[in-house]
Design a protein around this ligand. Structure first.
Ligand code: SAM
Length: 208
């Protein structure tokens, strides 16, 4: 392709990016979906009903290190920061640089760190911030569409990184994530949130 052809090719993308940025977080999320539909797995962020239900069982006074996989545009980040103790830390991990750049620009809370990387590397990432363990890990990952082997590897790494008594919080449109969790977590609580696009299943895997 010649350079004028390349420039023509890039033009609609630039326009689309400008329009979606004007729409705020929803636009950035949709842009991320258009660029990586399989990795993002949803066209719209989670609802406030899903957020409230998912976070309800967390014992915030016992939580110093909260990790989130696949934060997207940060739908869960602010509610987590609102509940997290003052000496706590929220570490979010996402493979999409568009989302990580957006989060670093828009969330300035000193307890917040955004890491560009894979959830499969959670143990190194948590240790890199000086922690032995995480108290809670929240996942919005699209387990059904992750590449082969990635889901089981993430479930195993999550079980290792959690402290005893901690929990793996997962929301998903299908029950697939539960299969990966059940290999490591003996006790899994489950619920359902109808007020979400799409309605979703919620799981809490507790580490003995
Ligand atoms: C459905 S979106 C979740 C959006 C957001 N948490 C919400 O509730 O609205 C899934 C996210 O997982 C991220 N993702 C996919 N594979 C990943 C991986 N291996 N490690 C970390 N993040 C990943 C995608 O980039 C995307 O941001």
């Amino acid at each position: 392709m010649t350079s004028p052809e390349l420039a023509r090719e890039a033009w609609p993308r630039k326009v689309m990016r400008r329009i979606s940025r004007k729409l705020g977080p929803l636009g950035v999320f949709f842009e991320g979906f258009l660029e990586h539909p399989v990795m993002v797995g949803s066209i719209i962020p989670s609802s406030r009903f899903t957020i409230a239900r998912m976070l309800k069982p967390v014992k915030w006074d016992e939580c110093k290190v909260f990790v989130e996989y696949g934060p997207g545009v940060g739908t869960f980040c602010r509610p987590v920061l609102d509940r997290l103790r003052r000496d706590g830390q929220l570490i979010v991990i996402d493979t999409n640089p568009l989302f990580i750049d957006y989060l670093r620009k828009t969330i300035t809370d000193s307890r917040f760190v955004a890491v560009l990387g894979s959830a499969a590397d959670v143990e190194d990432i948590v240790r890199g911030f000086g922690h032995e363990h995480a108290d809670y890990v929240l996942s919005g990952l699209p387990f059904t569409t992750l590449p082969d082997g990635v889901g089981p590897a993430i479930a195993a790494a999550t079980h290792r990184v959690l402290r005893p008594g901690g929990a793996f919080l997962v929301y998903q449109f299908t029950a697939k994530a539960r299969d990966f969790m059940a290999v490591h977590f003996n006790r899994i609580d489950a619920d359902f949130e109808p007020l979400n696009i799409l309605p979703c299943k919620l799981y809490w895997g507790w580490k003995d």
